[in-house]
Design a protein around this ligand. Sequence first.
Ligand code: BEZ
Ligand code: FE
Length: 288
Amino acid sequence: MAFVNDDNITEIALQRWGTAHAPRMAELMTALVRHIHEFAREVELTEDEWLAAIEWLTATGQASDDKRQEFILASDVLGLSMLVVQLNNRFSPAATPATVLGPFHIDGSPPVPFGHDMSDGLPGTPLFITGKVTDTDGKPMPSVVLDVWQADSEGYYESQIAEVDEARLRAKYQTREDGTFCVRTIAPLGYSIPMDGPVGDLIGKTDISHFRPAHIHFLIDEPGHRKLITHLFQNGAQYLDSDVVFGTKDALVVEFAERPAGETPDGNSIDQPYLHATYDFVLEPTSG
Ligand code: BEZ
Ligand code: FE
């Protein structure tokens, strides 16, 4: 019988984890063992360093609850979330590209009508986002639900504010017969990811910028089409080229054009200047 030594330990661990009952689990676990053993060898990992890593992982778990997910944040800042998005969303080049979901989406946002103001009087510059939803053949898609969410003008999402008991800066819009939609809200600002936890501690020991550029999130899950999770970013916004979660893409950067007080894109009027962005979302059919 072969006892374990540092020459054969990887092979023995691979044999053990290769016995996983599900073939995919065996594939995942043996690859993980191979890579973490290789990592430890490459950097000659010390016992103190491994203990520090375990303490960091423990703190990351302890910082997480039903409102805060520090592990998602860790995956985001390591670029792993965005890599997994890229690997799993190789859409047709004609379709709107995907980006990270992030930790702040809340299920069950209220359905609202065309042009509804989802900022509900919160301070900020009024912003209208209009456009249409089509398929990759350019066919307009009626009755498509756009689940929209964003941070407020101080960079906070609803789940980061304790005393909120109704939907705040999030809503579900629907396209009209001709595929058009109109979101009314306030302009988002760039914001810092939460820095008061273990991820922030780690980032604080580097020169990494901890900010995201101004953006609004969209989720469109239309039957018969690939689910689209994406953002629109404001052209010219700070941090576009240093997004801490690697989520920015050229095709998702749009102009927030300045408009004078007067008629709004939904045919109503406003007594102050506002911003107007236009974007057509293109969904890829799953078959045919
Ligand atoms: C967000 O865009 O909401 C987000 C994404 C990843 C990490 C933190 C925030
Ligand atoms: Fe965000």
